[in-house]
Design a protein around this ligand. Structure first.
Ligand code: COA
Length: 171
């Protein structure tokens, strides 16, 4: 699996990632109509020229009930249709978490998804964030209406928060 900081991503790869995401989320109105933060880092799996899957990581200082908490955001987890069902999604997610674990200041992994994906993440050890989640969109701060999931690495205010502000665009 390749590890590529976003600033080192070549134009053809950036184009491939965009294309793969657009195809994967074409049926999800929530995902399609949301403005997303650009990941800081990518993990990419490919076979020869073919991109099989990717996941992005966003480093962000969120605010949980007024307390700053550093999280690693999991963004754009996508596996190409022909490569699905063989554990690649789980491996990409695991690789993103491994990167977060290596950063002592990161208290948790966090991701935003459609409600339909919750069982997939629960099976992989993630839990629902029950707090209301606020994020930026054009025009100001809004409530995130999809599901939010987290994976605790170190106990933090996120674990029991009632309101979480993402401090920027969602990922
Ligand atoms: C979700 C996704 C990344 C999983 O990739 P994958 O490589 O197939 O994942 P794994 O092989 O590790 O796990 C597959 C399992 O996830 C389940 N799964 C996949 N998509 C699901 C969904 N939308 N809802 C519920 N379960 C889902 C599969 O049913 C399968 O379950 P099984 O093992 O009991 O058969 C892939 O289906 C995908 O790219 N989907 C479109 C983009 C997307 O929704 N990404 C998540 C962004 S939040």
């Amino acid at each position: 699996m390749e590890r590529i900081p976003d600033r080192l991503l070549c134009a053809p790869d950036a184009h491939r990632l965009e294309h793969m995401s657009a195809a994967a989320f074409a049926d999800s109105e929530l995902i399609r109509t949301t403005s997303w933060a650009r990941p800081d880092l990518w993990f990419i799996d490919r076979q020869g020229e073919l991109l099989c899957g990717c996941v992005g990581v966003v480093w962000r200082r969120i605010v949980a009930d007024g307390t700053p908490v550093r999280v690693g955001g999991v963004a754009s987890l996508v596996v190409a249709p022909e490569a699905r069902g063989a554990g690649l999604g789980a491996r990409l997610l695991g690789r993103a978490l491994e990167e977060m674990r290596a950063m002592p200041a990161i208290a948790a992994g966090m991701l935003l998804c459609d409600h339909a994906l919750v069982p997939f993440y629960v099976r992989l050890g993630w839990r629902r964030v029950t707090a209301s989640v606020r994020c930026m969109q054009r025009g100001g701060e809004v409530d995130w209406t999809g599901a939010a999931m987290c994976h605790t690495l170190v106990a933090s205010a996120l674990d029991s928060a009632r309101t979480v502000r993402l401090n920027g665009l969602p990922w």
